[in-house]
Design a protein around this ligand. Sequence first.
Ligand code: PMP
Length: 392
Amino acid sequence: MMDYDKIMCSRIRDIPPSGIRKYFDLLDGVEGAISLGIGEPDFVTPWHIRDAGIYSLEKGFTKYTPNAGLTALREAISRYMKRRFDLEYAPVGQIMVTVGGSEGLDLAFRCLLEPGDEVIIPTPSFVCYGPLVSMDNGVPVYVQTKAENEFRLTPDELRAAITPRTKAVVLPFPCNPTGGIMAREDLEALAEVLRGTDIIVVSDEIYAELTYGRHHVSMANIPDMYERTIVVGGFSKAYSMTGWRLGYLCGPKELIAPMTKLHQYGIMSAPTTSQYAAIEAMENGDRDIENMKEEYDGRRRFLVNGFRKLGLACFEPRGAFYTFPCIESTGLTSVEFCDRFLAEERVAVIPGSAFGPGGEGYVRACYAASMRDLSEALERLERFLKRLRAQQ
Ligand code: PMP
């Protein structure tokens, strides 16, 4: 018998699986279940974008693209970054197309980290940062953001986490799961702390298009920060293109070059059909983003109000498509709450504890779901809370 546990690299073996997955598996095949669990838009990719992918196949564009992505797509990304975020990136050298934002994050850490290097990760935040850092023999340094600070990272929190081993800081804003965003003045205050250091900013801006009321500002927009910031972008969320597996990295050419080399050996090039569809998305997709965002905005208000009416405190999310209500008043841990809510009412939400330190006491409910599902989920929540309170 092979002892696979001994054979497999311990660094990978010892990383716990994502705390999100379990709830999808539990939900599978449950009749009448409602999922507010998955972080995925409920819209189908807009037709004109799908059509561009199909048309590229009809024309027979089925080969590899250049490693860094189709030149036409990199040019489209370059124009888009300028137009939407006032950021200048050269199509050749400063932009590379990746297999989702996920690959972009993986490449960034792999190219930066020596064993023992520390990466500051504000939490609660998306599940992948810490495990990716650990897989590279780096050390995740978690910093808890707080509801009373609107889940923003403060300069004092950042300063306190910096050591001589700090290689990078992740800025996960707009934030999954909290919905927190950083305004220009918040970023300027962090820049004050970073100036004069060699710390790199890995800015996960996958939700940059989805902000409510305030325009997204990138750390790369702040004076002196451009040269140290890697922007991770993607198509999954804004254009509802999760299955196309496409994202991009923008940054100084000295940082993008090694990542392109790694991508060349590990991936070769991102999916060709997706790249053709993505050109259409960037060139003609602004209206789609606005339409979907308007929908999300209505659902966001509905869900936040619903939670508050039921007695659950809930920060009003400023970006992405998640709410993060506090469930401490129920006396349950976030895992107990989610397990019981799923078992008793067949609604999946995700325990805050899955998103790192500071997530306990909260659950994540995604509002990229139909109004009917959201409304039904709130009715079931009301029933569930009544029962819990009767038991207390
Ligand atoms: N970053 C964040 C914050 C996310 O929520 C996600 C997806 N849930 C990703 C990155 C990865 O997205 P993708 O690989 O589909 O672009």
